[in-house]
Design a protein around this ligand. Structure first.
Ligand SMILES: Cc1cc2nc3c(=O)[nH]c(=O)nc-3n(C[C@H](O)[C@H](O)[C@H](O)COP(=O)(O)O)c2cc1C
Length: 306
């Protein structure tokens, strides 16, 4: 079984990947999406999204990180993918699932799922532009407003030459509403032979087992479940968990302070802590206590006393 940490824009950056892969149980990560419009993205920006490129595309714990791009112009996507590959990416993932209105209005993300031929053309162009030894993968939702089209889109990703496909089992219109419709992966598998990563609403062992049963998949991607419980990957792999959620907060704050700034660190630590409440309500007390602190130095002091 392989477990993937889901890409999450504004949340899963270099520091959180470092923290979560340091805990263990994760086999692969994906960067937040990098939006490709009409130009070649400067290398500086690519390194910002994937600082791991400076260490062979892997986190400090040795977990590979795919670079995710989002866009609709096959040619520009191909040129950017080639440049990202030349910077040392271990793989390129293409986002066909983003539901954000601004992204969709600018012809990117889930809007492409309305037309599988457009999905095919982007994947094909990117695959041709990237050296053969670097895998290209696609990440789709089931569709824009209808789920049935997932089969055609999965076929398009395969026909374009991708090596793998992640399916977030909801349409764009579903946004993040439960449930995730895992059974569509079984339908996709009737016609597509690509390895598939199942994604959507896997929070722990119960969902993972059910998802495995329904989809027959051996690879799973977890997003919000990893924020709620950073130890979920270890638990799912039957590894011992010796730390508690609380133990992660100060190191996370310090890593962010060092890398970005104390005020950024404070905001991101509050964001992470807020997610812990879904795992254990007692974190609400810590959150209420910490959320009102404004000075990062006071915040750090309070974290060290937890
Ligand atoms: C805050 C947030 C940001 C996200 N950003 C991305 C992204 O940059 N690229 C992407 O492919 N999916 C993105 N997603 C979707 C997740 O990767 C994942 O497909 C989705 O959350 C379903 O998985 P889950 O139920 O395990 O959270 C994002 C989701 C959330 C909640």
């Amino acid at each position: 079984m392989k477990l993937h940490l889901a890409p999450m824009e504004g949340v899963v950056d270099f520091v959180l990947r470092d923290l979560l892969t340091g805990i263990g149980g994760i086999d692969q990560c994906v960067t937040e999406f990098i939006r490709v419009t009409s130009q070649l993205i400067p290398a500086k920006v690519i390194y910002h999204y994937c600082a791991e490129l400076k260490s062979e595309g892997k986190t400090a714990s040795g977990v590979p990180v795919l670079v995710q791009i989002l866009g609709s112009d096959p040619q520009v996507m191909a040129e950017n993918a080639a440049q990202i590959a030349s910077l040392g990416a271990v793989g390129i993932d293409i986002n066909f699932g983003c539901p954000a209105k601004t992204v969709n209005r600018h012809d990117g993300g889930a809007v492409l799922l309305k037309n599988p031929d457009r999905v095919f053309k982007v994947v094909e162009a990117v695959r041709k532009a990237v050296p053969k030894n670097i895998p290209v993968s696609g990440k789709i939702r089931l569709g824009f407003d209808q789920a049935e089209i997932c089969v055609k889109n999965a076929e398009a990703v395969q026909a374009g030459g991708a090596q793998k496909l992640t399916v977030h089992c909801r349409t764009k219109m579903d946004m993040y509403k439960p449930p995730a419709y895992w059974h569509w992966i079984a339908k996709i598998k009737e016609v597509v032979s690509l390895p598939i990563i199942a994604n959507g609403d896997i929070w722990g062992e119960a969902e993972l087992l059910e998802c495995k049963k329904v989809t027959g998949c051996n690879e799973f991607m977890i997003g919000r479940g990893a924020l709620r419980d950073p130890f979920v990957f270890r638990r799912l792999k039957g590894l011992q968990v010796k730390q508690s959620h609380k133990d992660l907060l100060l190191p996370f704050f310090q890593m962010n302070s060092q890398r970005v700034s104390p005020s950024f660190a404070q905001a991101r630590t509050k964001q992470l802590l807020r997610n812990f409440i879904g795992y254990d309500e007692t974190y609400l007390r810590y959150f209420d206590d910490l959320k009102v602190i404004t000075l990062p130095s006071d915040f750090a002091q309070r974290l060290s006393e937890l």
